[in-house]
Design a protein. Structure first.
Length: 115
């Protein structure tokens, strides 16, 4: 997965002085929210045109959101323990969780059949 590679890059390979990071407050958190929102939507998209029941779609969307949150949390622990120049950040976990919740809401609206 592309996100796993990006999250496991050594800190020295991540640009710290770019226009975005200087001019947009909390750009790092915006990136986390965006990545996890897109990840959640991408993993839910296959059910869009499937014959999966509404109930099972909701279960799948919830599963994707929970697994995304667990994945984001695990990445923070991996960064703290094994990735050079990276650290644990509880606010990254919060941003990842927000991204997963946004994806869940989007999936519920866009990928469930209307009654």
């Amino acid at each position: 997965m592309i996100s796993a590679v990006l999250f496991c890059l050594p800190g020295s390979l991540i640009p710290s002085q770019s226009w975005f990071y200087e001019h947009i407050p909390q750009m790092d958190k915006i990136v986390h929210v965006t990545i996890f929102t897109l990840l959640g939507i991408t993993l839910a998209y296959p059910v869009k045109k499937s014959s999966v029941s509404h109930r099972n779609r909701v279960k799948w969307f919830l599963f994707v959101a929970i697994m995304g949150i667990l994945y984001g949390t695990a990445v923070e622990f991996v960064q703290r323990a094994w990735i050079a120049n990276r650290s644990f950040d509880v606010y990254d976990i919060a941003a990842d969780t927000i991204g997963c919740l946004l994806a869940f809401i989007f999936n519920m609206i866009a990928f469930t059949e209307r009654a």
